[in-house]
Design a protein around this ligand. Structure first.
Ligand SMILES: Cc1cc2nc3c(=O)[nH]c(=O)nc-3n(C[C@H](O)[C@H](O)[C@H](O)COP(=O)(O)OP(=O)(O)OC[C@H]3O[C@@H](n4cnc5c(N)ncnc54)[C@H](O)[C@@H]3O)c2cc1C
Ligand SMILES: *[C@@H]1O[C@H](CO)[C@@H](O)[C@H](O)[C@H]1NC(C)=O
Ligand SMILES: *[C@@H]1O[C@H](CO)[C@@H](O)[C@H](O)[C@H]1NC(C)=O
Ligand SMILES: *[C@@H]1O[C@H](CO)[C@@H](O)[C@H](O)[C@H]1NC(C)=O
Ligand SMILES: *[C@@H]1O[C@H](CO)[C@@H](O)[C@H](O)[C@H]1NC(C)=O
Ligand SMILES: *[C@@H]1O[C@H](CO)[C@@H](O)[C@H](O)[C@H]1NC(C)=O
Ligand SMILES: *[C@@H]1O[C@H](CO)[C@@H](O)[C@H](O)[C@H]1NC(C)=O
Ligand SMILES: *[C@@H]1O[C@H](CO)[C@@H](O)[C@H](O)[C@H]1NC(C)=O
Ligand SMILES: *[C@@H]1O[C@H](CO)[C@@H](O)[C@H](O)[C@H]1NC(C)=O
Ligand SMILES: *[C@@H]1O[C@H](CO)[C@@H](O)[C@H](O)[C@H]1NC(C)=O
Ligand SMILES: *[C@@H]1O[C@H](CO)[C@@H](O)[C@H](O)[C@H]1NC(C)=O
Length: 619
């Protein structure tokens, strides 16, 4: 109580958690507290986090501010999510791409995609990509995690070690976070929006019901759903059913779990910066704050590391630059695109490449921006003999109105749901994909490809009703890169995921497409599927793939974690930047292997074949 009173006496009143203007930050008091150091614990930490949008930044900020003596500032280039209606409404998730909440990046022309440059959305909003993504909550197979632990030489990254951050189990504590992982678990499994009986649709034993980030099963049913399960039963075991793909054993089709609670998106901002935490007097969030570069904060002398605890940010186009310094650490969570970009503008990267764009090298780390990897994705659709799809809602405002009113008033109905049914599958060992290459999966129980069943077309054409069968390769072997185009921090970087850049990836996409066609040809679809929307023949198949493949937007590895003694990599297994003091990275760029899950949201280590997300992992 006394401590509370003394904090109130020192702080100017805080009107909400989000600050819009640098000038409004109670900076003097902030500095005074730190310098004054009048706390009971002696060592005060002042941590500056450059947002971890999707995700992990808000999680870390939340965890660190559990201790009232730790003062955290979160910086976010984008704005508030308060009025972002399309971010709240699950069905409208696709409308966020290319909107004011998107950075609107584009890749470089992709050689294997007939030189097409493809859109590369990233969240430009508090919550980062977890505020604009498709909300699929996928932890990936246990083998992916165990492989990452092996690659990085740190057993703290195994599936078993990560579980306490996701859900309650008897586990150990994560090496670098201060708080007890059991205090704040990621997952809060909640009933679906329609409160249907979910027995048999998930395994309660592998979930937590009292964490921070809401996760639920689809809250609206369609007439296509029972046919999916009939087709599974008719597949002779090729497409088995899996009651819960998030148990560590991922293979098979199962009900999608999504970061949705009460029919509404649960992002890292709505959860980890939610009402329960907003009151914390030691947590500050500055919006519209674009970090231009990091600054060294000591003078290098023999034997000591360079310290990088300074940052430069701007809230306009760079006319006014504000400088800040963390007494303890700068934690970068600017994402797989933003983080390597900031590092390179700060002179941290490959010195030769930096000099070509006119940047003075500060710290030699050639792996920055290298090895960029993403999941190739091919959207296909079938004309469906039904009107029971969300296609009309998504293309006809008049038609949508009553459903929108229903969602506005009760958060139920078709707008409450996005993902439906997903499946994870392997190629058998006689498959042509393995011509001359070793199996790139993390183990014998890890998927090579994913099939996503979508009711409706996602972004529907003007007429018709659809069943979507989208496939993704979740063990891509091609790697690309992220480079700077100039020394101007406002210029977009050159993003090259090198989609389908190897024979394995291309062949895997072809075989995944064939698998989805086999699934669509099951008798269960008679009278429902009328025809494919595009006629693909042996003659035009490869061209069809080149013309239509995109990615799932799961970039990883651009500031990759590696073993302490590795001769490559950007961060060590505690996520500290190698060879520097005061700088850590906690976003998806550190992921050392692309999981067959996602890079998603909550224990978010990545979702999907690398698909879980950093915040799920408790990062
Ligand atoms: C359209 C889309 C759909 C997806 N669907 C799924 C899904 O269904 N399931 C799943 O698991 N994953 C999905 N993902 C991936 C997942 O959302 C991300 O992997 C996850 O959010 C982690 O992203 P990140 O670490 O790259 O950082 P982000 O979450 O993108 O966070 C980076 C943050 O840093 C901010 N920032 C960047 N540069 C600066 C700067 N210079 N100064 C200040 N702030 C800055 C950004 O504005 C952003 O808020 C999807 C991604 C996209 C884009
Ligand atoms: C992305 O494009 C949209 C639509 O043109 C625009 O409103 C938004 O400001 C753009 N995002 C950024 C970060 O510039
Ligand atoms: C839900 O379904 C299961 C199995 O079908 C049944 O045993 C259970 O009683 C149902 N629960 C409720 C609350 O109806
Ligand atoms: C890319 O990753 C591989 C390991 O997967 C590693 O051997 C290689 O050194 C990395 N390249 C760079 C430039 O970091
Ligand atoms: C949109 O929906 C309304 C209401 O159902 C309907 O009357 C109208 O014909 C639809 N418009 C189009 C272009 O289909
Ligand atoms: C639902 O709420 C949003 C946001 O407040 C509003 O823009 C929209 O018009 C509402 N829709 C209906 C049908 O009331
Ligand atoms: C393996 O996969 C190939 C290609 O899909 C298929 O033709 C073959 O029948 C499969 N073999 C077995 C043993 O399942
Ligand atoms: C990179 O810079 C060149 C030359 O200024 C420009 O033409 C190109 O559009 C830039 N690329 C990107 C992705 O911005
Ligand atoms: C469409 O469904 C109806 C029944 O709902 C059925 O009578 C009709 O044959 C179906 N059409 C096609 C092309 O399958
Ligand atoms: C596909 O081929 C069939 C049979 O030749 C034809 O009826 C149909 O119109 C074609 N569909 C498309 C989308 O071209
Ligand atoms: C691929 O795109 C090219 C260029 O737009 C077009 O000429 C070709 O017909 C397309 N091929 C297929 C199979 O869609």
């Amino acid at each position: 109580m006394l401590r509370l009173l003394s904090l109130l006496a020192v702080f100017v009143p805080v009107h909400g958690l989000f600050y819009e203007r640098f000038e409004d930050l109670p900076v003097r008091e902030f500095d005074f507290i730190v310098v004054g150091g009048s706390s009971r614990h002696g060592n005060r930490l002042q941590i500056l986090t450059v947002h971890t949008g999707g995700t992990a930044g808000n999680v870390v900020a939340n965890r660190l501010t559990e201790d009232a003596d730790i003062r955290v500032l979160v910086l976010e280039a984008g704005g508030s999510d308060e009025d972002a209606y399309n971010s709240r409404v699950p069905l409208y998730a696709f409308r966020l791409q290319g909107s004011q909440y998107d950075w609107n990046f584009t890749t470089t022309p992709q050689a294997a995609l007939n030189d097409r440059a493809i859109p590369y959305p990233r969240g430009f909003i508090i919550g980062g990509s977890s505020s604009i993504n498709v909300m699929l909550y996928t932890r990936g197979p246990s083998e992916d995690w165990d492989r990452m632990a092996w690659v990085t030489g740190d057993s703290g990254w195994t599936w078993n070690s990560i579980q306490p951050y996701i859900r309650k189990v008897n586990g150990l504590s994560l090496h670098f976070l201060l708080s007890d992982p059991h205090k704040l678990k990621n997952e809060r499994f909640v009933p679906p929006a329609d409160h249907h009986n979910t027995t048999g649709q998930f395994d309660p034993k592998v979930h937590s019901f009292d964490g921070v980030n809401s996760v639920s099963l689809p809250g609206w049913q369609y007439s296509s759903d029972p046919r999916v399960f009939e087709a599974i039963a008719q597949s002779d075991g090729e497409f088995p059913f899996n009651e819960d793909m998030n148990s560590g054993f991922q293979l098979g089709f199962g009900w999608a779990q999504s970061t949705i609670g009460e029919g509404t998106r649960s992002s890292s901002a709505t959860s980890y910066l939610g009402p329960k935490y907003i009151e914390r007097k030691n947590l500050f969030v500055l919006l519209h704050a674009r970090v231009l570069r990091l600054k060294q904060t000591n003078t290098k002398f023999t034997g000591a590391n360079l310290a990088v605890r300074g940052i430069e940010l701007t809230q306009d186009t760079g006319n006014t630059i504000h400088a800040l310094q963390a007494s303890k650490e700068v934690i970068l969570s600017a994402g797989s695109v933003g983080t390597p970009t900031i590092l390179m503008h700060s002179g941290i990267g490959d010195p030769t490449e930096l000099k070509t764009v006119g940047i003075k090298p500060l710290h030699d780390l050639p792996s920055v921006g290298k090895n960029l990897t993403d999941h190739p994705l091919l959207v296909t659709a079938y004309n469906a003999n039904t009107t029971d799809t969300p296609d009309d809602i998504l293309r006809n405002e008049t038609f949508a109105r009553p459903f929108e009113r229903r969602w506005n008033e009760t958060k139920t109905g078709p707008l409450s749901t996005q993902g439906r049914i997903l499946g994870w599958f392997r190629f058998n060992l006689s498959s042509p994909v393995f011509g001359g290459v070793p199996d790139p999966a993390a183990g014998p129980n890890s998927a090579h490809f994913e099939i996503i069943i979508g009711n409706g077309a996602g972004i529907p054409p003007p007429i018709g009703h659809y069943l979507g069968l989208t496939v993704a390769v979740v063990t891509p072997t091609s790697t690309g890169s992220l480079k700077l185009n100039s020394s101007n921090p406002f210029d977009a970087p050159l993003i090259n995921p090198n989609v389908l850049g190897t024979d394995f990836d291309f062949t895997a996409m072809r075989e995944a497409f064939f698998a989805s066609k086999r699934f669509a040809s099951a008798p269960a679809w008679d009278g429902y599927i009328i025809s494919p929307t595009v006629n693909v023949t042996d003659d035009n198949l490869d061209d069809f793939i080149r013309n239509n493949t995109g990615v799932v937007w799961h970039p990883v590895k651009t500031a990759a974690m590696s073993a302490r003694d590795a001769d490559y990599g950007v961060v060590d297994p505690d996520l500290k930047v190698k060879g520097l003091d005061g700088l850590r990275i906690v976003d998806a760029s550190v992921l050392a292997t692309l999981h067959s899950e996602c890079t998603h949201t909550s224990p978010d280590l990545y979702h999907r074949g690398t698909s879980i997300s950093l915040d799920q992992a408790g990062l």
